[in-house]
Design a protein around this ligand. Structure first.
Ligand SMILES: O=C(O)CCC(=O)C(=O)O
Ligand SMILES: [Fe+2]
Length: 349
């Protein structure tokens, strides 16, 4: 257990805990991109909790834009029945923390009513014990903050990775080969990785590049034009690539991809860098965004790439006009493969 409560400037500990979501748990690293207000309390029967929660519920109901997410963290197993599963709104959720996992990670003693505010980068920006009047002060303060920090995005923009003729070769390949709705790799209720189709979250059709010669031509360009920049900018040597896939986001189908990270489920833990190469220019919307850092959207020119750490939360904004084509490999190396294998190995002995 953390002996002291987390304090402003600390990274907010990440965790997966049982929660009042439809699917029964919540991975806190998905709370990035917005402010989160965590209220730790011993039980809903505790008078301090009752008071603070009524303020929290009222503010959650007031805000229309969902810019702030409220989380109650209950240490009482009997709250399981007092706090029912929330099926609708996403702006207020409760962690079922009778095993104290979150309390311990945040250094909050059981029996305390305590506030922790986490910023869009998942860093603690305020932490204080509850007292009369504190709930309203904390919530007013957070709701007045600008929605994101609008700092620089730690991604690399590289124009001219693929020349126009090669972009056309890839788009022609797409048109002459089978494509299918792109699935989201996520965790099922049992924690195991599953592929699901959820067109509200991800609407894209993918075509796998199966032509060995074309894959070699594509890889040659990435090795020559992207890999040295990854070495220079991120001081990391990548030696492998996977997922040689072409994606098509169509405005007519609401083409988009919601906020996600690319390395969070076991089968994807080896990935180090995402290389998003846009193949065309004649579309509207479809910018890549990094909601932890900025509200700005990135839009590389045709043939240009955005290269970024797979650990960053990112999204593709809805394509509003026409179609966006992209080639979307991941880069990694032997060390990241070994680390992923180790992390997924069953504990023995
Ligand atoms: O379309 C893009 O540029 C990014 C796609 C993406 O984030 C992914 O496939 O994981
Ligand atoms: Fe991604």
């Amino acid at each position: 257990m953390n002996v002291l409560p987390v304090a402003a400037g600390d990274p907010a500990p990440r965790f997966v805990q049982r929660c009042t979501t439809r699917w029964g748990h919540y991975s806190f690293d998905m709370a990035a991109g917005r402010y989160s207000i965590l209220f730790f309390f011993p039980s809903t029967l505790d008078p301090c909790a009752a008071r603070a929660l009524s303020v929290m519920r009222a503010r959650a109901a007031q805000q229309a834009d969902g810019a702030v997410v409220f989380f109650g963290v209950s240490a009482d197993s009997a709250d399981e029945t007092r706090i029912p599963v929330v099926t609708g709104g996403e702006s207020i959720r409760f962690f079922r923390d009778a095993d104290r996992r979150v309390h311990d990670l945040y250094g909050i003693g059981v029996g305390q009513c305590f506030w922790v505010v986490v910023d869009p980068m998942l860093r603690v920006c305020l932490s204080m014990p509850d007292a009369p009047g504190v709930a309203a002060r904390v919530l007013d303060h957070v709701m007045r903050l600008p929605p994101v920090q609008d700092g620089p995005v730690p991604a690399l923009m590289l124009p001219a990775v693929l020349e126009p003729a090669f972009c056309h070769v890839l788009m022609d390949y797409y048109h002459t080969h089978e494509s299918r709705p792109s699935a989201v790799l996520t965790r099922g209720a049992d924690g195991k990785p599953v592929n699901i189709i959820d067109s509200g979250f991800k609407s894209r059709r993918d075509c796998l590049l199966r032509d060995g010669d074309l894959v070699r031509q594509l890889q040659a360009r990435i090795i020559r034009r992207v890999v040295p920049e990854i070495t220079r900018v991120f001081q990391c040597t990548v030696t492998r690539m996977d997922r040689m896939v072409l994606g098509r986001y169509d405005a007519a189908e609401g083409g988009c991809f919601g906020p996600h990270r690319d390395n969070t489920v076991p089968g994807a833990a080896h990935r180090l860098f995402a290389i998003s190469i846009t193949l065309n220019d004649d579309y509207g919307g479809g910018e890549l965004s990094f909601p932890e850092f900025s509200s700005r959207g990135l839009r590389p020119p045709a043939g240009g790439a955005v290269v970024f750490s797979c650990a960053l939360l990112h999204a593709v904004r809805p394509v509003t006009q026409g179609v966006r084509y992209a080639c979307l490999p991941f880069a990694f190396n032997e060390a990241s493969m070994a680390a992923a294998r180790e992390a997924s190995a069953p504990l023995t002995g």
